[in-house]
Write a protein that binds this ligand. Structure first.
Ligand code: 5GP
Ligand code: MG
Length: 178
């Protein structure tokens, strides 16, 4: 696996330091109201696992499975909610967590859905945001790091299902993305 990595963009220590600070801010924002954390599978699992352990506030977790990339495709084709088929967020303060904000279509789709379902408030948090010439369809309330417009893996993010277990955020060599 190591020979597939071209460059480490953000190492595990920088990730942990940033997550600790984000958790302080999120904890402060929700200190007076119970909230529902909604991680988008599968990319955000490692991020959310680290984040919640720094959040000493009253909260619940409900996961949502959204599909944007399939297989070896690295171009977004728009998001679809795959799981669950029904859920209840009526009157709840929802914080959506995703691994990375790219075009913003995923977060847009999910927040529109939560609005329709009657969430009391919706906020969004991503570990990474790509620096793009065009603005994303929606911005996130909390962003861990802004990164160049490259396809990244590690710390939950995959290529064709692999590399989620890399502890750092990395860019792959071309040969690894065939
Ligand atoms: P958006 O809908 O904002 O264009 O894309 C967000 C989703 O696309 C993320 O949830 C993530 O699954 C996927 N994605 C976007 N950029 C990358 C990337 O550089 N690497 C990986 N592994 N997934 C990405
Ligand atoms: Mg995703």
């Amino acid at each position: 696996m190591q020979q597939d990595i071209r460059e480490i963009l953000i190492d595990r220590y920088a990730i942990q330091a940033r997550i600790f600070r984000m958790a302080q801010e999120i904890g402060e924002a929700y200190k007076d109201r119970e909230f529902l954390l909604m991680p988008l599978l599968t990319g955000s699992i490692i991020f959310v696992a680290d984040l919640v352990r720094h959040l000493p506030v009253r909260m619940k977790i409900d996961v949502l499975a959204v599909s944007s990339y399939r297989g070896k495709v690295t171009v977004n084709e728009g998001a679809r909610v795959l799981y669950p088929t029904t859920f209840d967020v009526t009157g709840k303060h929802v914080l959506v967590i995703d691994d990375i904000l790219d075009s913003g279509r995923t977060l847009m789709t999910v927040t529109e859905l939560l609005k329709q379902q009657g969430a009391a408030s919706i906020k969004t948090c991503v570990l990474l945001k790509k620096k793009l010439p065009i603005k994303p369809a929606i911005d996130a309330d909390w962003v861990g790091f802004e990164i160049p417009d490259e396809f990244v893996v590690g710390y939950g993010l995959d290529f064709n299902g692999y590399y989620r277990n890399l502890p750092d955020i990395a860019v792959l060599h071309k040969h690894a993305m065939q």
